[in-house]
Design a protein around this ligand. Structure first.
Ligand code: SF4
Length: 413
C-alpha cells in the first residue's frame, strides 16, 4: 500500500492538514505544521502550461494562446504577481490572516533572496512582463540584510520596475530608499480608516493615524507612487468617524491615489463572527458583492476625491447629513464627475511617470503594455460599471451551477 491509499479496513491514510470522508464518516486529520523552508516549493511560473480559462463558452489553454490570456489577465498580463513571504505580522479583524494565524501561527516566513531572484529570472524571459508585483502582505517584514541583498541582486539581474505593499507602522526609510534605488515604482499602503477608534476598536489594527502621515511623508520624499487603500460601508462606523477619516486623509501628503473597498465580512474572521452575532450581515453576503463596488454615498464620494481637491473645499463639503444643503450635494456631484474622469487619471499618469524617474523607455513600455486594460477600465467607469461586473457573474453562476453553491455540511449552522 502506498501512503495515499485507503487500507482494506477503509481507514484513510494519515495526511496532516486534510479532512476525509470515508463512508460518510467525516474525519479531521492532524493539523499540518506550517512549512518554514519556503524555498522547497517550486517557483511560480508566469504562465504555466496547465493554465486554462473560459472564453466564449469554451475552455482554452491560455499558455498556448497568450493573446487570449492577456485579454483576461490583470493589467493585460504585464505584471508578474509573486510573494517572498507567507503570513502577516498583523491580524486585522476583517482579514483572512486573523483566521490563518490559528493554523499557521504568527511567524512571517520568508524565501531566500536567491530563490525569489531565480523565479523572476525565469519570468522575465517573457517579453510581455514589464513589472514585478510583490503581493506580500508587508514587504517590509524582511530585515535590512535581506532587503540589501535583494536590492543588489534585483538591480543587477532583473532591472524591471516593481510594486510592494507596506503596513504604515512598519515603514522604514532606509529600506524604502534601497527599494526605490532598485526600481520600486508603486507602493500600496493599507490605511483602512482615518479614525483611530475604528482602526483599534473595530478592525483590531494597532496603527495610529500619525504613523500613516509619517509613512506618507517618507513615500513622498522618495517619489514612489503612493496607492492608499481605505475601507468604507462599515456598519460599525459612525458618520462622525467618516468625517474624521476624510479630514485625516486631507492632511496626508499629496499626490496619492485613494482606493476604496466595501467592508466585506469574510467567513472565519473575527469581524464576520461579530457581525453574525449582531445580526448585521448575511453569512454569505461576501459571495455576492464585488468588494470594489462601494455604496455611492455622499461621504464615500467625498473621501474618494479628497486627494484631488483643495483641503479648504474638503472641509467645506465634509459635513454631517443634517448640516448639508442641496448646494453641497450639487457641488460634490460636479466635482466627483470631473475628478474621476479627468483629474484622477492625470494624477495617476503623473505619479507613474515620476516613479519611473521619467525614463522615456519605461513610460513608453508602460503605456503601450497597459493601454487596453486602462481603456476598458475608463470605459467601465464612464458607463458606471464595476471592473468585473462581479455581482452579475456570481448570480449567473449560481443559476447555472447551483451545485457549487449548495450548503456545505461542514459549515457551522
Ligand atoms: S495588515 Fe493587511 S494583510 Fe495584514 S492582517 Fe491587516 S489587512 Fe490583513
Amino acid at each position: 500500500m502506498t501512503h495515499l491509499e485507503i487500507d482494506q479496513q477503509g481507514t484513510p491514510p494519515v495526511i496532516a492538514g486534510l479532512w476525509t470522508n470515508s463512508d460518510e464518516v467525516i474525519g479531521k486529520q492532524p493539523d499540518a505544521s506550517p512549512e518554514t523552508e519556503l524555498d522547497r516549493f517550486p517557483i511560480q511560473e508566469y504562465l504555466p502550461d496547465y493554465f486554462y480559462g473560459f472564453h466564449n463558452n469554451r475552455i482554452y489553454n491560455f499558455s498556448s494562446n497568450e493573446n487570449l490570456f492577456r485579454q483576461y489577465a490583470l493589467y493585460g498580463g504585464t505584471c508578474h504577481m509573486l510573494i517572498s513571504t507567507r503570513g502577516c505580522p498583523f491580524t486585522c479583524s476583517y482579514c483572512g490572516n486573523a483566521a490563518f494565524v490559528k493554523v499557521y501561527g504568527r511567524k512571517v516566513r520568508e524565501r531566500s533572496v536567491s530563490d525569489v531572484i531565480a523565479e523572476m529570472r525565469e519570468v522575465i524571459k517573457n517579453p510581455y512582463v514589464l513589472y514585478m508585483n510583490f503581493q506580500d502582505d508587508c514587504f517590509f517584514s524582511h530585515n535590512i540584510d535581506w532587503m540589501t541583498a535583494f536590492c543588489r541582486e534585483y538591480k543587477k539581474l532583473i532591472k524591471l520596475p516593481f510594486i510592494v505593499r507596506v503596513i504604515p507602522s512598519m515603514m522604514d526609510r532606509e529600506k524604502l530608499l534601497l527599494l526605490k534605488d532598485a526600481g520600486l515604482c508603486w507602493i500600496v499602503m493599507g490605511i483602512q480608516s482615518g479614525s483611530d477608534r475604528v482602526n483599534y476598536d473595530v478592525y483590531d489594527r494597532r496603527v495610529k493615524f500619525d504613523s500613516v502621515k509619517a509613512a506618507a511623508e517618507i513615500i513622498s520624499e522618495t517619489h514612489a507612487a503612493p496607492f492608499y487603500e481605505m475601507i468604507v460601508d462599515n456598519p460599525y462606523e459612525t458618520e462622525e468617524d467618516m468625517i474624521t477619516t476624510i479630514n485625516a486623509m486631507a492632511s496626508v501628503k499629496k499626490p496619492y491615489i485613494c482606493s476604496l473597498a466595501h467592508l466585506t465580512f469574510f467567513p472565519g474572521t473575527p469581524l464576520a463572527e461579530r457581525a453574525a452575532k449582531d445580526r448585521i450581515a448575511e453569512p454569505d453576503a461576501y459571495l455576492y458583492r464585488y468588494l470594489l463596488q462601494i455604496d455611492e454615498t455622499y461621504l464615500n464620494k467625498l473621501l474618494s476625491i479628497t486627494p484631488n481637491i483643495p483641503g479648504s473645499l474638503v472641509r467645506w463639503l465634509n459635513l454631517s447629513a443634517d448640516m448639508r444643503k442641496p448646494y453641497h450635494d450639487t457641488t460634490l456631484n460636479i466635482l466627483y464627475f470631473i475628478v474621476k474622469r479627468v483629474i484622477e487619471p492625470a494624477v495617476f499618469l503623473f505619479i507613474t511617470m515620476r516613479s519611473l524617474n521619467y525614463r522615456p523607455d519605461w513610460i513608453y513600455r508602460t503605456v503601450i503594455g497597459n493601454w487596453k486594460p486602462t481603456l476598458s477600465r475608463m470605459v467601465s467607469r464612464y458607463l458606471g460599471k464595476s471592473d468585473l461586473e462581479f455581482d452579475q457573474k456570481l448570480k449567473l453562476a449560481k443559476q447555472k451551477m447551483p451545485e457549487l453553491f449548495e450548503d456545505n455540511p461542514l459549515d457551522p449552522p
